[in-house]
Design a protein around this ligand. Structure first.
Ligand SMILES: C[S@@+](CC[C@H](N)C(=O)[O-])C[C@H]1O[C@@H](n2cnc3c(N)ncnc32)[C@H](O)[C@@H]1O
Length: 440
């Protein structure tokens, strides 16, 4: 077990990340990247990771408990203190290997450090109350962690068994996968190098993707720093294969940042396809230019709004990839903060955005060319129903069989012609939708 000093540091960093996530709209993975440098020991990183993801995933329960235990109205509790209390109660109720006195002590110190001495006493009172009244909350501890509106919305498409399994899966930690940049090294050489001193990754059915057995060792490996490998989920890595890019193809990736799929296409085609990567945000464009350079990928980067029609792109590309902005309902295990922010209105706005992007994307495909549409969502309205509507309005397009290397078929259930629906409770990776359309 970590000593008092190090748990103090882990809790301090967890607080910073959680505050960023709850009140600065940060993504947990990016905030972790920013703050985790302060943690030197693996055990501290593990403790902080557990506190961060556990607190966010159990938010509905923890908010309820704080409301019941606090003498002050929930809305009147300072945001900093709400975060400290939720994280504290998470540790007291869900982590049996951390001593209660250390949790209370560290949370009180965090309140004093980040807010005021007075709030330290309040935190102390609420957490001691939480220890005393723990049994009272046993019966609601395992209630749904998915917002009610979302369960009702998804129940239009999925049965109770599916939704129950999805909920159970939400609480699990996803595996980390890395993809080899074949522009720099052969997968077999990379595999041997990564496992040279100890086994830190294992092969998957995808020749250029490995599962990390020791994620921090993989992340700290020199091959990660010099852009020979990068983190990419195995579901997302299917897109470049599904696109079926060939040498000499002209390809546009309309929503490309941070560039994972464009890089994979460059890697699979050995830089011999003409790839254009677009995004709407200037800072993301600059990011991609730098990352593509590091990977040795020959990719043109253009700032473009996929919702606006661009005349210059008309029937210019053999292959168009639209990896559309989506609700992210397939990646909530990895980015649980999605559930803190998403509303039904957001989903409706995203569906409209995807529809207008698809309309433009269709115009950029050459006759005989391919339009590959993907999302990291499991919401049929963003996926198959979106595509049904598209096919109704665009009769020059039809679904086309997705052709993978032979070995893939034992591992992927191709739901229907031209479509793959992946669910994280059934597949190795994230929830994902991929659809291949061809223009006549
Ligand atoms: C799902 S992510 C793409 C992930 C990327 N394809 C990859 O594999 O790394 C969607 C991207 O669409 C971009 N985006 C959002 N609105 C856009 C728009 N109107 N035009 C172009 N890109 C947009 C976002 O900046 C975001 O990076």
């Amino acid at each position: 077990m970590a000593d008092y000093h190090s748990t103090g540091i882990a809790r301090n960093i967890s607080y910073k990340v959680l505050f960023d996530v709850y009140y600065n709209d940060a993504y947990s993975n990016l905030s972790i990247k920013k703050h985790f440098n302060a943690l030197k020991k693996d055990e501290d990183k593990a403790l902080a990771t557990n506190i961060i993801f556990g607190t966010i995933k159990k938010d509905i329960f923890l908010s309820e408990v704080v409301k019941k235990l606090s003498s002050v109205d929930y809305d009147k509790i300072k945001p900093e203190i709400q975060v400290i209390l939720k994280a504290g109660i998470y540790q007291l109720y869900f982590m049996d290997r951390v001593p209660a006195y250390a949790v209370v002590n560290d949370c009180v110190n965090l309140a004093k450090l980040f807010v005021s001495n007075k709030t330290g006493s309040f935190v102390n009172a609420v957490l001691r109350n939480a220890i005393r009244r723990k049994k009272e909350f046993e019966n609601i501890k395992n209630d749904s962690d998915i917002p009610l509106w979302l369960t009702i919305y998804l129940s239009r498409f999925y049965d109770d068994v599916f939704l129950q399994t999805m909920e159970e899966d939400f609480l699990k930690s996803p595996d980390m996968f890395v993809r080899v940049n074949k522009l720099k090294s052969a997968p077999q050489d990379v595999y041997e190098e990564l496992n040279r001193e100890e086994k830190i990754c294992e092969a998957t059915f995808m020749p250029d993707v490995f599962k990390a057995l020791k994620p921090s060792a993989v992340l700290n490996n020199e091959l990660m720093k010099n852009c020979t490998i990068s983190v990419q989920d195995i579901s997302a890595a299917l897109c470049a294969y599904a696109l079926g890019a060939q040498e000499g193809d002209s390809i546009i990736d309309l929503c490309a940042s941070p560039g994972g799929k464009s890089l994979h296409i460059a890697s699979l085609t050995g830089n011999k396809a003409e790839i254009t990567a677009c995004d709407i945000y200037k800072h993301k464009i600059e990011f991609m230019k730098n990352i593509f350079k590091c990977f040795g990928a020959d990719i043109e980067v253009i700032k473009n709004d996929a919702e606006e029609y661009c005349e210059e792109f008309y029937e210019k590309f053999d292959k168009v990839l639209l990896d559309a902005p989506c609700s992210g309902l397939g990646v909530i295990r990895r980015k649980p903060e999605i559930l803190l922010r998403l509303s039904q209105q957001d989903i409706q706005n995203l569906i409209k955005m995807q529809e207008s992007m698809l309309k433009n994307a269709a115009k950029y495909v050459k006759k005989g060319g391919v339009l590959l549409y993907s999302t990291c969502s499991i919401n049929p309205e963003e996926n198959e129903l979106q595509i049904r509507k598209f096919l109704n309005d665009n009769n020059e397009f039809s679904l086309e069989d997705i052709v993978f290397p032979e070995k893939f078929y034992d591992n992927i259930d191709i739901s229907s012609k031209g479509e793959i629906k992946l669910y994280s409770h059934e597949f190795f990776g994230d929830g994902f939708y991929i659809c291949k359309l061809v223009k006549s």
